[in-house]
Design a protein around this ligand. Structure first.
Ligand SMILES: Nc1ncnc2c1ncn2[C@@H]1O[C@H](COP(=O)(O)OP(=O)(O)O)[C@@H](O)[C@H]1O
Ligand SMILES: [Mg+2]
Length: 344
């Protein structure tokens, strides 16, 4: 790939240093994605400019006008401290007519609604857990079609925010309590879904038109299930390396899947990606029930892309190394811009 000017937008707190020397593992963990992307693109010979962004859009515009990036790598997950604004960044870049990495605004919106995305995907005949939404300040009444146990989550937050063992409820009383927790503490509407007991599978997909589906990855819960705990990606299981090590939680290639189950998951992942209008790169998450049915849990456009995380490790397993993966992501952003507006 020719030498590119790459503007990398990121949270100002995660602006990475030039080297990890002298930092603790905990410190590195905070900005590892930003560090990996910036340092890898630099090592590949690109002219990379990191920019911390949170409340001001003007510096983005100025950087685009002065630096004239060939492509903007967006690692921003929020603006004005609101994660629901990520699609506005993509929209802004589109209006600035600058190519950018990752998903288009429409796909970001469709994937964010944990209810809307499931409704759309279900319409395309893919299994989804039954669910209901509890809007803010509305009385909690479980529809009779929804059997306990349920898992209660924020309708719009992600990153396992607010997910713990208490998220799974087996009585109506606990359901009401947990919905109140989501309303009051997370400040969003709640979704209650049929709890799917089973394996947790992640499928990374790369592409705009032609899609590359990476090997099916699994979050293995180690000893988490002992003493009656449910095996789900709680906040701790997802983000606390000390806990992960203690309990033996790790991700890796999903083994021992029957060929027809693998094929079904691959097909479902592609269909979901297209149904939700995703492009760039995304990770589609499933729970595989004991009878071999993959249930769609959520789609994550612009998923975590640090070198050590699922997307990059699955890519590596498929013969696409980390610099190669980042180049592909840049190239997809550039080719989308050449093809014209993404929405329509
Ligand atoms: N319907 C469900 N059945 C079983 N487990 C679920 C279900 N929904 C979510 N989970 C568990 O909770 C985790 C977080 O839920 P998810 O919808 O992916 O929210 P987030 O956007 O915070 O990642 C999942 O990775 C999975 O382990
Ligand atoms: Mg998730």
């Amino acid at each position: 790939m020719r030498r590119l000017r790459v503007l990398v937008l990121m949270h100002p707190d995660f602006m990475p240093p030039d080297s990890t020397d002298g930092y603790s593992a905990q410190e590195i963990n905070k900005w590892k994605t930003e560090f990996d992307v910036v340092s890898t693109l630099r090592a590949s010979g690109h002219d990379v400019r990191p920019l911390g962004v949170q409340e001001e859009i003007k510096p983005v515009r100025e950087a685009i006008e002065s630096f004239k990036p060939h492509v903007v790598y967006t690692l921003l997950e929020e603006f004005h401290y609101t994660s629901g604004y990520d699609q506005h960044i993509a929209s802004f870049l589109e209006l600035m007519k600058v190519p950018y990495t990752g998903c288009n605004p429409r796909g970001l919106i469709l994937a964010r609604g944990k209810d809307l995305s499931k409704t759309l995907v279900h319409h395309r005949r893919i299994a989804v857990p039954a669910f209901t939404v509890f809007p803010m300040r509305r009385k909690v009444k479980r529809p009779s079609r929804l059997a306990l146990p349920l898992i209660v989550k924020s309708l719009s937050e992600d990153g396992s925010f607010g997910i713990s063992q208490a998220s799974i409820v087996d009585t109506d009383e606990k359901l009401a309590e947990r919905v109140a927790f989501v309303h009051d503490r997370l400040g969003t509407a709640a979704i209650a879904e049929q709890y799917i007991e089973g394996r947790e599978l992640y499928v990374s997909v790369l592409g705009n038109n032609r899609l590359r589906v990476l090997p099916i990855w699994e979050l293995k819960f180690g000893r988490m299930g002992r003493r009656g705990a449910r095996q789900i990606a709680t906040e701790r299981a997802k983000h606390d390396p000390t806990y992960q090590e203690r309990v033996g939680i790790e991700d890796g290639l999903a083994k021992n899947l029957a060929p027809e189950v693998s094929a079904r998951i691959h097909r479902a992942a592609k269909r979901i990606y297209r149904t939700l209008g995703l492009d760039g790169y995304a990770r589609i998450d499933f729970r595989l029930s004991a009878d071999g049915t993959p249930y769609f849990i959520e789609a994550n456009p612009n998923p975590e892309i640090a070198k050590s995380q699922e997307f990059a490790t699955a890519a590596k397993h498929d013969g696409l190394d980390y610099p190669g993966l980042l180049h592909r992501i840049l190239a997809l952003g550039i080719s989308r811009a050449k093809a014209g507006a993404s929405v329509g």
